[in-house]
Write a protein that binds this ligand. Sequence first.
Ligand code: F3S
Length: 291
Amino acid sequence: MRELHLAKSAGFCYGVRRAVELAESVAASGAPCVLLGHIIHNQNVVDRLASLGLRTVESPEEVPEGCQVVIRSHGESRAVYEALQARGANILDATCPNVKRIHQIVSQAEEHGRQPVIVGTPDHPEVVAIAGWCRRPVVLSGVEDLTKWLSGDPKRRELPLTFVSQTTSTQKIWEDCVKKAKKECTNVKIFDTICNATHERQSEAAEIAGKADVMVVVGDRKSANTKHLTEICLRRCPRVVQIERADELSPDFFNGCTVAGLTAGASTPAGIIKEVYATMSEEIKAAEGKE
Ligand code: F3S
């Protein structure tokens, strides 16, 4: 008997859904509007919105004066808001409230004389935006970076440090940093800002991967949270594949498998997950027939 488990938490999180719905409703209104940066890490969604008249621009300078502009769920730096305001742009802000909270934590920390330390992928747009709410951010990708940074100057261990995390980081990356900071530094404030949607998605993926012989993770290759899901599954399951679309699945992949699992990153549309689920069901049946 073959089983296929689909994670309930697979696909759009609350913040991504909110941003896409906002963009869709502006497109439906017909008012001129552009999107600042790819609204989500999914080319299908970006192309569909473009076909509805919502062009993606890469910088505030490309936003036509007085035009509406959607800020995506990853958020933007203070400087980007100022540049848009200076152009008279009408900002439609879809920054996820969880990300907004981090902007407030880091800017207030600095106001109180503390050093913000952001744990996350340095060039990820969410992390770049968070750093852009600080004058002197320290961005560290994990505990190795933290070790190097602390040993760069012994006085750093005595600084008042405020730690936050990228919302889609893994519990392991974050906890390794927190453990080290608490052990070695004298004045740390810790804000676990990994969001609930990420917690749920990662723990469900780990649970399914723990009982599966084969695990499929669906999401854009640029998506940080999809990459983390794949890493988590790899720790629990011998065969894991990360794909963007159903046609990347190979028929041999399910040979000899009894339990298969499927999850997807926060920016994977439901339609793609459905397609992958259907293809997996067919391929599992075909593999069963061959054996
Ligand atoms: Fe928001 Fe978490 Fe999604 S921060 S955008 S709900 S991954």
